[in-house]
Ligand binder design. Structure first.
Ligand SMILES: Cc1cc2nc3c(=O)[nH]c(=O)nc-3n(C[C@H](O)[C@H](O)[C@H](O)COP(=O)(O)OP(=O)(O)OC[C@H]3O[C@@H](n4cnc5c(N)ncnc54)[C@H](O)[C@@H]3O)c2cc1C
Length: 384
């Protein structure tokens, strides 16, 4: 069992980590294979997690949360990654709650946060469209004013929690002539929303237990009061404000996945024999694992340093991009080396290392691709 604690963790973080680990061992680990087969995490798991306080760990107590800092969420993300589960969309759900708490009006917070915190509502955020992913300014979904309503038209794809979500933050153009300034975030409550349709639960190479879907909006009427923050044209600003949290979340999860990959591999090479010797006795095995362990510790130091800066309100967006870039690329390198040491068994999905291999590939793509992170980092060179 992997239990190492980070220097930024207080006694409360450590207690939350212990409780989360026990909950996941009882309610998540035994179900991962089944969730992969059914393509979605059980709905009741969300409610149990809500009851335990895992969905509102960093949300204000006023709305039913635990009032913790970002570190509370990170503790949960890292424990999830350490189990090898990639299906439960807590990361996206938590991003959605953060959008509402940071950008929403008081009325919106009171209306949606308690339900997101209890698990009564699952959250999703819909930015990507078939024709626009990295280039978010190119989105074509519109929300046009009509009386007291906004009328939503368009489609989204690759949306995490797409089949489960009851509350979806949709990135729209309220004024397509204004480019970024005409972008607004609109909150759709899916229950009874006429003209809203979920597409397929997409077939992915990995993250089999995660429901990732297309969404369609055909003249969906949403009250204007569902405009996040109550003001049009603030969408891009709101997105930029929340990206650092999302990128750090990717970094923290990558760290947990690397720990799992390494511990599983060390266990395997100690047991498996070839040429009458344990694999661990070959110098190649020892050197490869020594390299992986070194990379893991460098990753840990960087993630912890950036987390401390985030907790102190000092993390800049460029460093958050560096965390996303470095952890997701290094995660790929470490898992690839580890899988090699499993030989043919590393290619079998019943082994966690095989699942980690396919699951982790997407971390270089979602939440802003590695190339987009490099663009952001490179831009900062111009002001150096
Ligand atoms: C499993 C999964 C879950 C996801 N969950 C969500 C979600 O919940 N919500 C959501 O909105 N989206 C989600 N996405 C979408 C994801 O964020 C996008 O796939 C990603 O942003 C890339 O967009 P794209 O697929 O359109 O690729 P494109 O933007 O078409 O990029 C294709 C390639 O071109 C490169 N490229 C693009 N622009 C540049 C540039 N300026 N310079 C250099 N290279 C460039 C990219 O890096 C990439 O290699 C998810 C995707 C996956 C696979």
């Amino acid at each position: 069992m992997i239990t190492s604690n980070a220097p930024w963790m207080s006694e409360d973080h450590i207690q939350l980590a212990d409780m989360t680990r026990r909950f996941f061992a009882a309610e998540m680990t035994p179900n991962i294979q089944r969730w992969c087969k059914q393509g979605v995490v059980d709905r009741k798991f969300w409610l149990k997690a809500g009851e335990l306080g895992l969905l509102g760990a960093s949300m204000p107590e006023l709305y039913g949360g635990s009032g913790g800092d970002f570190g509370y969420d990170f503790v949960i993300f890292i424990e999830q990654a350490r189990t090898g589960d990639s299906g439960w969309g807590i990361g996206v759900h938590s991003i959605v709650s953060h959008y509402i708490v940071n950008c929403g009006t008081e009325e919106q917070k009171e209306r949606w946060l308690p339900k997101l915190i209890s698990g009564e509502m699952v959250g999703a955020i819909a930015m990507t469209e078939p024709g626009a992913g990295s280039d978010l300014q190119g989105i074509r979904t519109t929300a046009k004013a009509n009386g007291d309503d906004l009328v939503l038209n368009g489609s989204k794809t690759f949306i995490t929690n797409g089949q489960s979500a009851e509350l979806i933050i949709v990135v729209t153009k309220t004024d397509p002539s204004q480019g970024a300034k005409g972008t607004s975030l609109v909150v759709l409550e899916t229950e009874g929303a006429e003209g809203f349709r979920r597409g397929r639960n997409l077939e992915k190479i990995g993250m089999k237990a995660q429901d990732t879907s297309e969404l369609f909006f055909d003249n969906v009427r949403i009250p204007r009061t569902n405009l996040l923050g109550g003001i049009e044209g603030k969408g891009f600003f709101q997105l930029m404000q929340e990206f650092s949290y999302e990128r750090m979340m990717c970094g923290v999860s990558a760290l947990g996945s690397c720990e799992l990959a390494l511990s599983e591999t060390v266990r395997y090479v100690r047991e498996r024999k070839a040429f009458d010797r344990h694999l661990m006795e070959f110098q190649n095995t020892r050197f490869k694992l020594a390299e992986c362990k070194t990379k893991l510790e460098v990753m840990r130091a960087f993630v912890n340093q950036a987390t401390e800066e985030l907790l102190a309100g000092q993390l800049d967006s460029v460093k958050a991009s560096m965390v996303k870039l470095w952890t997701s690329e290094t995660l790929g390198e470490i898992i690839d080396e580890c899988l090699q040491l499993f030989g043919g068994y590393g290619y079998m999905l019943e082994y966690p290392i095989a699942r980690l291999y396919v699951d982790s590939r997407v971390t270089r793509i979602f939440g802003g691709t590695s190339e987009i992170q490099k663009e952001i980092i490179a831009r900062s060179l111009d002001s150096d």
